[in-house]
Design a protein around this ligand. Sequence first.
Ligand code: SAH
Length: 348
Amino acid sequence: MKAIIQDLNYNQIKELVASYGQPSFRAKQLYEGLTRGKDISQISTLPTSFKERLLADFEDCTIKIAHTFEGSDGTKKFLFELADGNIIEGVLMSYKYGNTQCVSTQVGCRMGCKFCASTLNGRVRDLSSGEILSQILKVNAAYGGTKDKRAVTNVVLMGSGEPFDNYDNVVTFLKNLTSAEGLNISPRNISLSTCGLVDKMYQFAQEGIPLNLTVSLHATTDMERARTMPIANKWSIAEILQACDNYFAKTGRRYIFEYSLIEGENCDRRHAEELINLLKGRPCHVNLIRLNEVKERTLKATDEKSAYRFLGLLEKGGLSATLRRQIGSDIGGACGQLRASFVDESRK
Ligand code: SAH
């Protein structure tokens, strides 16, 4: 693969343009074209000779939307094709306050969580910062968004991959996504979800990007957590909570826990009590979601009534919690599911 031009920030684009001996206003034209979701060859303000020079060094089409699926609730799910033919997925969810796009940070994942479809075949490769950013540039453009009037207002790093297992590229991506010359999305409108890589949680607290930090908890004891999440063998829940407190101290942002309700595994009365003991009084919120059943996995979702009972127990115990609706489950809304079924189909 050639280099990815969306990896570069505005200053680097300026340097690039200067190094090609082009006048400096070309940098603005190039960066604006890219921010509008265009491939290099599609930027009409640039002369052909300059584009040809660029295309000798950079991929033209970093990413393209290969398929769009529309769910009955208006959720859109995308399969993107990367320049090397790899496939990743993303989702766009509409809310009253705007549209939230869920992006992938790796092709596959190596964290091995037992309920997750993204990790079925391990990690294929990391995405570059520009490949992560381009998912948003393309979707924003596809729905008529511009730099100033964005179709994508919020971003969550909850597609396939573990963001902190691709730390440097993810941080570069976040800097470019939030930069004034780019889409300029506020960190307050961005959520990053991690399975709990504690050392990276401390490192991230120093980056000066006060986004919503979300941790996938899914259990109340280390032993039970290790049954579904291998990362629990490396970092304990106590260490995760300390890292969350540090994040709050450094950024002033309250943190969020994801807790997927798995039948017979993590949602009895005892689990509610343990969760309350762990989290009560902390500046945090708990997002419950009924497991999205993955056909390659045996774990089952808890029924809706039990899910509401669990939510009620947490609220009674003083926790701030919500039960999220299962968005886009008819189109394989859970992470990795759509890609897994697409890759299956194309192998047949
Ligand atoms: N690797 C990161 C982000 C990706 S997943 C992390 O672990 O947080 C985004 C969220 O979806 C995580 O909380 C993950 O645990 C959860 N998830 C994965 N598969 C799921 C499924 N089948 N049903 C419900 N939630 C799932």
